[in-house]
Design a protein around this ligand. Structure first.
Ligand code: CUA
Length: 317
């Protein structure tokens, strides 16, 4: 519970969008109704316990005939009232959900689920992974397809959960009302890496977002220096290129994340480690240590070759 109150912990009780505020409102209504139900039921329990104690102590004076309203009480308090509360809260949540996600979209971003990472594609050809940047105050529609797995996309400060389901055209619309970073997490068990399916949404002011998006759609920068140039050659010839794309090079694999601007990302493996040269080296050398269950095989490169590849990849801004 204490960890849940931490500043870095995203919460539906700390909404940063109109839709998230609706969810928060619904949460509080359900919370207070639950409190009232617990209070009433506890009251009845205590009354029953008292009555029982009275029976034990003054046995002869107790009237043991069943009360005439017993059956009616069970039907009303045990079925009608709970049924009414459940039907009422269900209708209430339908009305709230119906209100959400309205507004014309200004931008569509495709967020595709994979085992176990998220691919993020923009209409201008920019492709990234596990980090979504959006413009502040604009309605962004997230299309949520999936390649091979069911995830539940959840960024609590911005929106409700929505599942990635094979074959379904699920969408979620998101408006962040001020700039900032919002952490999300897969909310449905999807296998070994479920706990490490982090997604980061960053809302940027419009001009900053436009600059970022334009840069992100460019091909990868040319390597600077001999090490990085070696690294690029090795990357293109080794199995790396079979799974990863680096736009502007001959690496055009589509199984793993697009690495064209890898060095702009903050983490590796959907949040498992911060992006640093050391972490990248470890990830390439033995991916199963860094992210058990990941599809990436251990490298066949020598440590020197890995160093060169790391030198190249860390230049990809
Ligand atoms: Cu994806 Cu849990």
């Amino acid at each position: 519970m204490v960890a849940g109150c931490g500043g870095d912990t995203p919460s539906v009780l700390d909404p940063r969008s109109d839709d998230a505020r609706r969810v928060e409102g619904m949460w509080w209504v359900l919370f207070w109704i639950s409190c009232a139900v617990v209070a009433v039921v506890t009251g009845f329990l205590l009354a029953a316990a008292r009555r029982r104690r009275a029976e034990l102590h003054v046995d002869d004076q107790i009237d043991r005939r069943p009360v005439s309203w017993g059956d009616r009480f069970v039907v009303i308090a045990g079925a009608a009232v709970p049924g009414g509360i459940l039907a009422g809260t269900f209708a209430f949540s339908l009305v709230v959900l119906n209100d959400m996600g309205s507004g014309d979209r200004n931008l569509e971003i495709e967020v595709e689920g994979h085992t176990w990472w998220w691919e993020v594609r923009y209409p201008n050809g920019a492709v990234t992974a596990n980090e979504i940047r959006i413009p502040v105050g604009e309605t962004v529609e997230l299309a949520l397809p999936t390649a091979d797995v069911i995830h539940s996309f959840w960024v609590p400060e911005l929106q409700v959960k929505k599942d990635h389901i094979p074959g379904a055209d699920n969408r979620l619309s998101v408006v962040a009302d001020h700039a900032g970073r919002f952490r999300g997490q897969c909310a449905e068990f999807c296998g070994l890496q479920h706990a490490h399916m982090e997604i980061m949404v960053e809302a940027l002011p419009a001009d900053e977002f436009d600059d970022w998006l334009q840069r992100e759609a460019q091909p990868a920068p040319e390597p600077d220096g001999a090490d990085a140039a070696d690294g690029r050659r090795i990357f293109e010839r080794a199995s790396c290129a079979g799974c990863h794309t680096i736009r502007g090079t001959s690496a055009e694999g589509t199984l793993g994340p697009d690495l064209t601007h890898l060095a702009n990302r903050e983490t590796l493996g959907a949040g498992v480690v911060p992006f640093t040269p050391g972490a990248l080296d470890d990830f390439i050398t033995n991916p199963q240590d860094a992210k058990p269950g990941v599809s990436m095989p251990p490298t066949e490169l020598t440590p020197d070759q890995v160093d060169a590849v790391v030198a190249y990849l860390t230049e990809l801004e």
